[in-house]
Ligand binder design. Sequence first.
Ligand SMILES: Nc1nc2c(ncn2[C@@H]2O[C@H](COP(=O)(O)OP(=O)(O)OP(=O)(O)O)[C@@H](O)[C@H]2O)c(=O)[nH]1
Ligand SMILES: O=c1ccn([C@@H]2O[C@H](COP(=O)(O)OP(=O)(O)O)[C@@H](O)[C@H]2O)c(=O)[nH]1
Length: 228
Amino acid sequence: MGCSVSCSNSASCSRQIVHSDDDKIKDAKIIFVVGGPGSGKGTQCEKVVAKYGYTHLSSGDLLRAEVASGSERGKTLQAIMQKGELVPLDTVLDMIKDAMIAKADVSKGFLIDGYPREVKQGEEFEKKIGAPCLLLYIDAKGETMVKRLMKRGETSGRADDNEETIKKRLDLYYKATEPVIAFYSSRGIVRKVRLVPLVIGYCHCLNPQEVGGTLIGENGLVVMAGAE
Ligand SMILES: Nc1nc2c(ncn2[C@@H]2O[C@H](COP(=O)(O)OP(=O)(O)OP(=O)(O)O)[C@@H](O)[C@H]2O)c(=O)[nH]1
Ligand SMILES: O=c1ccn([C@@H]2O[C@H](COP(=O)(O)OP(=O)(O)O)[C@@H](O)[C@H]2O)c(=O)[nH]1
């Protein structure tokens, strides 16, 4: 819902000021977080939130919340997600936009986790919302991702954490999402995240500097705590 403020004296005020919901997020700091299924996107986002106070919005979590609501739309989404396929682009974009607007007044910036899944999604996001200042690319080996998701599947209750769907999600990641990284690399905003086995939170390494509120090392490499 937009909020409109106008001058009641039309004789002395010829200009109408309109503050729409879109205005609330038009200058928002946006960081995309991209990586394969089970690469650790959610885990790393939690660390960034704890350190920098950004708002974490996981596209997958937003979709799962809709499924859990039991709505008709949720039922359609569930069928697609169970197969490891992508839901229609507009659906997830609208959800992200609504969630951003809801947090706009209190947010320092947004970590958009698991998005974009394909170049077209990124282009549409930029048309409807704005451009990202950074893309964090969480790199992990395929076999590591599969191993983690199979383990997570023992307790997650996620319908897509099973061997067959994990394989489909991984295939789709290589086919549709990896081109996203090349697309944003040409703009110079991709930071590859290398996970290192550390027990302390962040590795303050490689002369880190703050870029867009995120710890960035030399050569654009971000090093965060994690392990195979
Ligand atoms: N061993 C190990 N496990 C990790 C690491 N990071 C995440 N995990 C585990 O791997 C699984 C996947 O991590 P998530 O952070 O949920 O990965 P994601 O990329 O957000 O995955 P999706 O939710 O499927 O998008 C979870 O069970 C985590 O606990 C890590 O650095 N080392
Ligand atoms: O922009 C998005 C984000 C997620 N999904 C769907 O949600 C599922 C789970 O996504 P999530 O990011 O939670 O997990 P990941 O696939 O990265 O392991 C995917 O397989 C897709 O079916 C989608 O279609 N579009």
